[in-house]
Design a binder for this molecule. Structure first.
Ligand code: FAD
Length: 360
């Protein structure tokens, strides 16, 4: 794999991702077809998987076809397949694998399934979102197929040239995939945002086909599903929320972190946290944003008592508008903030709670 680096200016968030002159000189066509490995929930395709679909559609080849692979069991799977079939104009086929083996998101059977589908379909590209699920499954698929995956792709230059962040997002690396087919990608959904327009652009229905699982060997020796827990609050999903309110170590305790939760509720926002806040036990670790947490790029990111460590910035610097409240005027977060307030969060948040209107 050839690598080229474009260094961003020190923690600047307004950076050209890829020089336009290079983009045109590298463009090439391909012959092939793409498989998108999709996640679904409550009878609908999850938003990060729609982003993967957009990424697949942006691969430069008008003749190629895009298929979507869905697996699971029960009525919600078939509902999701039906939703997928008419939800986007860019793909032609929905492949449905209906089996108890895929009821839970266990990586081993899923990887085997993708391997099986690849052996039959001979796709040139396999794409999934860089979600916890995608990060778990796709490297296993790559190992089964003996190829090297290109992960965390943020831009597609041509069918085999991709941009991905390195060094906690401080540099962008352009990589050219020179390995054997298929080219396996995970994409950052925040870099392929799903607009309402792209969701609404209904297509002719793609065909829905069942995957023949008669030769599928369901060997679950190595892992076993134990349980899955989810928070039962009604807030939006952190990965796709339009507004995120994040609290840092400065909140001091789980009890006081409720200030962040109250503000998020009032704004209809998702709650985020720094690793320091998570490590201190204020909130669960699925709220962590950053290099080792979730990557978000909401319309509005509000950071309270967050210093702006490089590892945190790696997860939120692409937010459209960043607002920071910190009592230290020299805190690094102010270098990426569009609006900054030097003040005590324990005074600012109660005032905001008092003055902001209730969300209708
Ligand atoms: C390998 C690795 C991976 C990491 N991954 C992540 C990651 O994914 N996400 C992440 O967040 N971190 C990550 N970290 C940790 C990161 O380096 C920082 O330690 C962490 O982000 C700091 O969190 P913080 O901003 O909440 O705390 P601090 O750095 O302690 O900052 C607290 C801030 O609050 C301000 N403050 C204090 N009191 C008040 C007040 N009353 N009102 C207003 N402001 C106040 C202070 O001025 C300070 O700026 C990682 C570190 C490593 C080494």
């Amino acid at each position: 794999m050839a690598t080229r680096l474009f260094l961003r200016g020190a923690i600047s968030k307004r950076t050209v991702l890829f020089p336009p002159f290079l983009r045109s000189s590298l463009s090439s066509s391909r012959n092939g077809s793409t498989l998108v490995v999709a996640e679904h929930e409550n009878g609908a395709i999850k938003s990060p998987s729609l982003s993967a679909l957009l990424a697949a559609a942006s691969l430069p080849d008008n003749d190629s076809s895009v298929s979507l692979l869905l697996a699971g069991s029960g009525p919600s799977l078939h509902q999701a397949a039906s939703h997928a079939a008419s939800s986007h104009p860019s793909f032609s086929q929905v492949l449905v694998a209906d089996s108890e083996a895929f009821k839970n998101p266990l990586a081993e059977p899923w990887a085997k399934l993708v391997h099986l589908v690849q052996q039959r379909g001979g796709y040139s590209h396999i794409i999934a979102a860089s979600s916890s699920f995608g990060k778990n499954v796709m490297p296993r698929v790559a190992a089964l197929l003996d190829v090297s995956p290109v992960t965390d792709v943020t831009a597609i230059s041509d069918s085999h040239t991709f941009v991905r962040p390195i060094y906690a997002g401080n540099a962008l690396s352009t990589v050219r995939y020179t390995g054997a087919s298929p080219c396996i990608l995970t994409i950052r959904s925040t870099s392929f945002p799903v607009s309402q327009k792209s969701v609404d652009s209904k297509s002719d229905k793609a065909t829905i086909s069942q995957v023949d699982l008669s030769t599928f060997n369901e060997d679950l020796d190595k892992s076993r599903f134990v349980s899955q827990t989810s928070r039962d609050d009604e807030g939006p999903d952190l990965g796709s929320a339009r507004v995120v309110v994040t609290g840092g170590r400065a909140l001091k305790s789980a009890e006081k972190f409720k200030l962040i939760e109250d503000l998020a509720k009032k704004l209809g926002a998702a709650v985020g946290a720094t690793r320091a806040a998570v490590d201190a036990g204020y909130v669960a670790n699925d709220l962590q944003i950053g290099q080792t947490g979730k990557i978000v790029a909401p319309e509005l990111y509000l950071a309270f008592g967050v210093s702006g460590a490089i590892q945190h910035l790696a997860g939120m610097r692409d937010s459209k508008v960043i607002v920071a409240v910190n009592n230290d005027a020299d805190a690094p977060i102010f270098q990426v903030a569009d609006y900054g307030l030097v003040g005590d969060l324990f005074e600012v948040i109660p005032e905001l709670l008092e003055k902001l209107p209730e969300k209708k």
